[in-house]
Design a protein around this ligand. Structure first.
Ligand code: PMP
Length: 409
């Protein structure tokens, strides 16, 4: 019998709890700034036109069936996904130093990487996985589930509402040699704060000096700046520096394929005479882990993404769709900031809103302020003051700015 002392009641997932509270709210002008999913200017989910085009192609294919995919997933998808994140001319691809597995979106990719590292990473007693503080809440759960010890490095400066670069660098530098360092490739969740290219270079030097192992989580490629290659810069820089590393890649946001769970896990090893042997052995173990957990990945989302990634015309259309999403969010950042600064008359006081990038903004609002704005104005955001920029639109941005101005004064 599963009694309370064996199975205590677990707390509700805070984000999904917030979504439920929003749905129950009957106030007409309520605003959802909680969930990290793109909304169009009418606050509706957006099926990317390119995804509709690819779906039409798929449906017309007389040979389409529902057979299992291979354990590593759809090969056309994983090779295209690899080219997308590493760059078509990547030395790691040319030298066959990368192996890629299709996963259950980005979450599954982080998990497969974490599971692999928990089994095979050569570890001394004092090593751990280092996350940014704060990070995507699921990182903690995923790495805890595979029993890897977890520590954090400073990331967000409450004072500047930007990067605590010195804190980040010195903690990574002081970490025991050979630690695993989890990094957000772009559009850091939840803060929206990314290192500059020069800062990335310095971070890579510290990681190299301490023989750490970088693990990139890339959930927003193309969605952040609207430019796929720009958003992959940090990953590609690390590869160019010869690091051995893991990459988790999600196609949830950039294709709007959230529920279809399309993603990939990549393991890249550095240049060496044994490189191909290394990736071969790693791939053989990944196959066993994948088989025991999901047997083989789901087909639909990967087929859609694969069609787009491998067809030049569809790819172009996708890039335009990405610019639409990223552009709308960047516009909303500008609108929110200018509304807020007009209200308080202090130019530059909300600069961090436009400095930050991607789906989220760390507003700097405190938990009491977040609860107040929910109560007074029916504006929903997470307790840490994180706002999903995609929930803003031309009809509600002024309303939200007024409500924010009121609670922060
Ligand atoms: N990593 C980060 C940092 C994320 O923000 C997300 C999406 N919230 C993911 C991974 C994975 O999402 P999904 O499993 O839907 O691809």
């Amino acid at each position: 019998v599963f009694r309370q002392d064996n199975v205590p009641q677990a707390p509700e997932d805070p984000l999904f709890g917030l979504m439920a509270a929003y749905r129950r709210d009957e106030f007409e002008k309520k605003v959802d700034l909680g969930i990290g999913a793109y909304r169009d200017n009418n606050a509706k989910p957006w099926v990317l036109p390119v995804v509709k085009s690819a779906d039409d192609v798929l449906r017309k294919d007389p040979n389409l069936n529902h057979e299992y995919l291979p354990i590593a997933g759809l090969a056309d998808f994983t090779t295209a996904a690899q080219r997308l994140i590493l760059g078509a001319d990547s030395p790691a691809i040319k030298e066959k130093r990368a192996t890629s597995f299709q996963t259950i979106s980005g979450t599954g990719a982080v998990h497969l990487g974490a599971l692999f590292l928990s089994r095979f990473y050569p570890r001394s007693s004092n090593q751990a996985v280092y996350f940014s503080s704060p990070t995507w809440a699921n990182h903690n759960q995923i790495f805890s589930n595979v029993h890897l010890p977890i520590r954090t490095y400073p990331y967000f400066s409450a004072q500047t509402k930007g990067l605590d670069f010195q804190g980040m660098k010195s903690t990574i530098s002081d970490a025991p040699e050979g630690s695993i360092i989890l990094l957000h490739a772009c559009a850091h969740n939840p803060t929206g704060v990314d290192p500059t290219r020069d800062q990335w270079k310095e971070i890579s030097e510290v990681i190299r000096a301490k023989k750490h192992f970088p693990f990139f989580d890339c959930a927003y490629q193309g969605f952040a700046s609207g430019d796929l290659q720009n958003d992959a810069w940090a990953v590609q820089y690390f590869v160019s520096q010869g690091f051995e590393m893991c990459i988790a890649q999600s196609f949830a946001k950039n294709f709007g394929l959230y529920g279809e769970r399309a993603g990939a896990f990549h393991f890249v090893t550095g240049p060496s005479p044994d490189a191909q042997d290394t990736v071969g052995r790693v791939a053989s173990q990944l196959a066993i882990l994948q088989r025991s957990e999901i047997s083989n990945p789901p087909a639909y989302g990967a087929r859609i993404a694969s069609l787009v990634l491998n067809d030049p015309a569809l790819f172009k259309e996708w890039e335009a769709n990405l610019r639409t999403m990223a552009g709308r969010i960047i516009d909303m950042r500008k609108e929110l900031r200018s509304n807020l600064e007009q209200l308080n008359g202090k130019e530059g006081s909300w600069k961090h809103i436009t400095d930050q990038i991607g789906m989220f903004s760390f507003t700097g609002m405190t938990e009491p302020q977040v609860l107040q704005i929910r109560k007074d104005a029916h504006v929903y955001m997470t307790k840490n003051g994180r706002m999903s920029m995609a929930g803003l639109n031309t009809s509600n941005v002024e309303y939200v700015a007024k409500a924010m101005d009121k609670v922060v004064r």
